[in-house]
Write a protein that binds this ligand. Structure first.
Ligand SMILES: *Cc1c(COP(=O)(O)O)cnc(C)c1O
Length: 389
């Protein structure tokens, strides 16, 4: 992403042209309606012919949702976006738009859990097989490809170990073999990484995280070329019907207004906290692609303009000790998800992510609280471990 593109993102989310149709209303009104009516039968019939562009019924096209989709397409540098009721609705629809019964998928082995389950277990009933590979190795991706492989599914960085894939090379490889590519870009957001520019076919997002930004709404998006999106809109979007409501689209649009601002702040304070942890005696490793110690730091910084503030650290302290440690935190609250204003923590057996490992993997989401206080909070919880052992 160039500096000009970054400026375009800032303007795209902050500026709306004067809206004559709605008496100059400064935000897009919520079209809280399921259907739209017509004065003439001819107009009705012509709208029905073009239901994916004209407002006929809100499972197809709703003006509030369309406004969000236009903005997302612009900042992700794609031609067309569609919004869904959740990230998983977007992900499952995008995958189903690509694969057929008997196909094979290659997926990065540390993709978002439910996405892995969808590909690795659920799609088996349609005789679709998935091979999970170590995404940091292009050779592993290449050697997993079979004659019937039709989809390469990536997520970079992954959201527990924060491993990075070489997106330009992976997209090129897939394209040379006629394989479609989908990437989950939730962590970096359209502010910091634009995979369509590397040659990806479809980008998926959980808007529940950074775009919503306030932990008060669920949503997802699929973004790609008009060509790629056409069948998806007609089939998975309209037929599975997992659409976003206009009220949610309005909340998402509000979150989007401050996305670049929040990302700049969170990039900085996520790194501050990560650096502090890296220097701590009880921490054996910090998994954050923005740290020079990350094995793929250079690649990460080549393909991303900045970082999200979700990362993990590893410690040799046992799981139960670290779970008590998490309970002593005042600002980091125990809970799933991330991307809101509030800092969060989960404490996991490391063996779930690094097979055979004994130790503990702590995932932190750094929110918008003052980072000095967040660090002091982590420190007091560590001090009490040292004291009690
Ligand atoms: C949360 C999440 C999802 C799923 O999004 P939902 O809105 O919860 O369905 C997908 N990918 C990543 C990386 C996520 O963090």
């Amino acid at each position: 992403m160039t500096d000009d593109q970054w400026l375009d993102v800032q303007t795209a989310v902050a500026h709306d042209p004067h809206d004559e149709r709605h008496e100059g209303a400064v935000t897009k009104p919520i079209y809280q309606n399921s259907l739209f009516t017509f004065r003439s039968y001819d107009d009705f019939l012509s709208a029905m012919q073009n239901e994916t562009d004209r407002s006929v019924y809100s499972r197809g096209t709703n003006p509030t949702v369309r406004e969000l989709e236009r903005r997302l397409a612009r900042i992700e540098r794609g031609e067309e976006a569609r919004c869904f009721a959740s990230g998983m609705a977007a992900i499952s629809s995008a995958i189903l738009s690509v694969v057929r019964s008997g196909d094979h998928i290659v997926c990065v082995n540390e993709a978002y859990g439910p996405a892995k389950e969808f590909m690795g277990s659920y799609l088996k009933k349609y005789r679709i097989d998935t091979t999970f590979v170590e995404g940091s190795s292009l050779e592993q991706i290449e050697s997993a490809i079979r004659d019937n492989t039709t989809l390469l599914y990536l997520e970079s960085p992954t959201s527990m170990l924060f491993q990075v894939q070489d997106l330009r090379a992976a997209a090129q490889l897939a394209r040379s073999k006629g394989i479609a590519t989908i990437i989950d870009n939730t962590w970096a957001t359209p502010c910091y990484q634009n995979p369509l520019e590397f040659g990806f076919d479809l980008v998926v997002h959980s808007l529940t995280k950074y775009v919503s930004g306030h932990s008060d709404a669920l949503g997802g998006a699929v973004i790609g070329s008009r060509e790629r999106m056409k069948a998806l809109v007609k089939n998975e979007y309209m037929l599975l019907g997992g659409i976003m409501t206009p009220a949610t689209a309005s909340l998402m649009m509000r979150g989007l207004r401050t996305l670049p601002l929040r990302m700049e702040k969170l990039h900085g304070q996520g790194l501050e906290v990560a650096r502090w942890l890296e220097a701590h005696a009880l921490v054996s490793r910090v998994n954050h692609p923005g740290l020079p110690s990350h094995p793929q730091h250079e690649l990460a910084m080549r393909q991303m303009k900045g970082c999200g503030s979700l990362f993990s650290f590893e410690t040799e302290l046992p799981l139960d000790v670290m779970r008590r440690w998490a309970e002593r935190l005042k600002y980091f609250r125990i809970g799933v998800s991330w991307g809101g204003y509030e800092s969060l923590v989960t404490v996991n057996p490391k063996s779930s992510y690094r097979p055979g490992a004994q130790e503990t993997l702590v995932r932190l989401y750094v929110g918008l609280e003052n980072h000095g206080e967040l660090i002091a909070d982590l420190e007091q919880a560590f001090d009490r471990i040292a004291f009690s052992t």
